[in-house]
Design a protein around this ligand. Structure first.
Ligand code: ADP
Length: 359
């Protein structure tokens, strides 16, 4: 997977135009209704009184009653028309909401209204829909990518198991195919473990057992844990670690170091050196890992922490593109941050900054 499909940003141009507020229009309309209703009522009262006897005409109380009656009736009719005009944009929004309830996520409310308040409401609705569409795209991308990643090792297992059914195979061939089956099973297992861990972190279902532990000690353990990989490539380490304690989820933090070290080993040329430093700041630690690999293309940096992103196709079979997504999630859990850049004397340098205490 290269680039994630992105939802176009909501067009805010019309939204930013300055408009008068709903309250202004409301007061203006009430004044207009009052003036028009009183003027019309006065005229109608005049007309009515000329039709009746002079006695009735001279009775001020009855004239006032007639005037109020006319004013109320005219005001009522005018209000009906005007409220229809005011409610129209709200009805438009209601129709859009009904469509969403029916499952249509492509709907948005377009066009400018005369009122700021209605515009704010429409804007909030459109932003909400944009977010919903984005989440849906992420979900369907995730399912498509995960299925694709699972297919590769499963196909290999099926293929080599079928080959093993041939009774004429030599012992050497049998061993070779068995090794390939074990390798692919291991890959599928790793993928499942990573997907599960990511989903646990995303759903905040990870056990939040926080303990105090030594970060430098854990980094040493991670290097040792990966020995079979780096020894095979004859890679050496230059390690400078200050004593530093962290308070957080210990096994998750181990994932963070081991993923970064494992990547550095994977992308380093055989016989090269990986430099790792750990410094203690005032309230945080700074971990840096620099390898002699090819580095990362500037335009790829922004995709690096996406799930299933794999930039370097030559190492595709060794990973699943979930390592850095996990690293990023774990760093976020601490309330820390991770940066990557290329340097002259290094291929890629990853810098992780973690507060002593996770959130
Ligand atoms: P993978 O399992 O493919 O290594 P990651 O999420 O760990 O997945 O890494 C994603 C991509 O980031 C890799 O495919 C690679 O293109 C790039 N990458 C990660 N670490 C390094 C590194 N140290 N040097 C060069 N590229 C790297």
């Amino acid at each position: 997977m290269k680039k994630r499909k992105s939802t176009p940003l909501f067009d805010e141009v019309w939204y930013k135009q300055k408009r008068r507020s709903f309250t202004f229009y409301f007061i203006l309309l009430v004044v207009i209704i009052l003036v028009v209703a009183v003027a019309l009522a006065t005229y109608l009262t005049e007309v009515t009184s000329t039709l009746f006897s002079s006695e009735l005409r001279e009775n001020r109380f009855i004239s006032l009653l007639v005037l109020v009656g006319y004013a109320l009736a005219i005001g009522f009719i005018l209000s009906l028309f005007i409220s229809h005009f005011l409610i129209l944009p709200i009805k438009r929004l209601q129709r859009a909401m009904n469509k969403v309830a029916e499952g249509d996520l492509e709907v948005s409310v377009m066009g400018a209204s005369r009122f700021d308040e209605i515009d704010d409401l429409n804007h909030a609705f459109n932003v909400m829909m944009q977010q919903l569409r984005y989440t849906e795209t992420l979900q369907s991308d995730f399912i498509a990518n995960a299925s694709h990643e699972f297919k590769t090792p499963l196909n290999a297992i099926e293929g080599y198991a079928t080959l093993l059914q041939d009774e004429n195979l030599s012992q050497e061939e049998r061993n070779e195919f068995l090794e390939k089956i074990i390798f692919s099973s291991h890959k599928a297992n790793e993928l499942i473990a990573n997907v599960l861990l990511l989903s646990k972190i995303d759903n905040q279902a990870i056990e939040s057992k926080k303990v105090s532990f030594s970060a430098d000690e854990q980094i040493r353990q991670a290097i040792l844990f990966l020995e079979p990989k780096w020894a095979q490539k004859d890679i050496s380490f230059d390690v400078e670690l200050q004593d530093a304690k962290l308070y957080g989820n210990e096994p998750l933090t181990f994932h963070l170091w081991s993923n970064l070290i494992s990547n550095a080993v994977k992308f380093s040329p055989s016989g090269s050196e990986i430099k790792i430093t750990l410094e203690k700041g005032e309230s945080f630690i700074i971990f840096e890992i620099c390898d002699k690999g090819p580095g990362i293309k500037e335009e790829e940096i922004k995709f690096l922490f996406n799930k299933f992103y794999q930039g370097d196709s030559s190492h595709k079979s060794e990973g699943n593109g979930l390592g850095l997504a996990l690293v990023k999630r774990i760093t976020d859990l601490y309330g820390g941050n991770i940066e990557v850049k290329n340097a002259q004397d290094c291929g890629a340098i990853f810098t992780v900054k973690l507060p002593f205490q996770a959130r």
